[in-house]
Design a binder for this molecule. Structure first.
Ligand code: CTP
Length: 221
């Protein structure tokens, strides 16, 4: 099975020396890529800037911005049987990138932001992907309700939901505790564990489901 995985944060430039980003370490996505590779799958990892080492034996494409990640996904998704979107993509970027370093002249500075491409949200509607689609939902409240809503809106087969208000799990942590949200409102809580062991469990689950699900090609909009 050919599997595409996005991982890590994106960086949205403000000027030549500054950017907007987030605390994602990329560990969950990298652990998923390693677990899938170890299970004998062909993995393509599309990664934002991270400091952890690249997993060996896995094809990796490095990107910086949401736009670059969007383009890489669009190019490489055809032919994949499943796709897992674990990247923490910036939802907004500076509307203008200033060509020279911004000097501190005024007392306050306002940045105007614009929406970035919704990569996961484009997979069914724009890229007509028919494989098994997995998204993550990092929430601070109403975890399951938000995750189920995301599952439906983005046409996912599985949302891996985690409560990022809890310390020691999720963003920039070694461990994670997630609930699997499936179509039809079914949920499966998984115990707190290292991202490495969670990745193995998730890859096993996704592989077994992905081989039995193939979506019809959507009609053009
Ligand atoms: N994602 C993406 N492209 C974006 C933003 C998010 O592919 N521009 C993916 C993430 O990799 C993750 C999921 O979407 O799998 C997270 O969705 P999120 O942005 O949290 O969901 P939204 O439905 O946009 O809701 P909100 O930001 O309001 O929580």
């Amino acid at each position: 099975m050919r599997l595409l995985i996005t991982a890590g944060p994106t960086r949205e430039p403000i000027d030549p020396v500054r950017f907007l980003s987030n605390r994602s370490s990329g560990r969950m996505g990298y652990a998923l890529a390693e677990a899938a590779h170890a299970a004998g799958q062909e993995v393509l990892l599309i990664s934002g800037p991270v400091t952890i080492p690249a997993p060996s034996g896995i094809q990796i494409i490095h990107v910086k911005t949401a736009r670059e990640m969007f383009d890489a996904v669009r190019t490489h998704l055809p032919g994949c049987a499943a796709a897992i979107f674990s990247a923490a993509v910036a939802d907004y970027r500076p509307a203008q990138v200033v060509a020279q370093k911004i000097k501190k002249t005024a007392e306050t500075l306002t940045l105007q932001l614009e929406r970035t491409e919704d990569i996961l949200g484009s997979v069914r509607s724009q890229f007509a992907f028919t494989g098994f689609l997995v998204g993550f939902a990092a929430e601070t409240e109403n975890l399951i309700a938000h995750a189920q809503d995301k599952l439906l809106r983005k046409g996912c087969d599985l949302i891996i939901a985690n409560d990022v208000s809890q310390s020691g799990i999720g963003f920039d942590s070694l461990e994670n505790e997630v609930t699997l949200c499936l179509p039809g409102g079914q949920t499966m809580p998984l115990p707190r564990q290292s991202k490495t062991s969670l990745a193995r469990e998730l890859i096993q689950f996704i592989s077994s489901r992905a081989s039995s699900i193939q979506h019809p090609v959507p009609s053009p909009q």
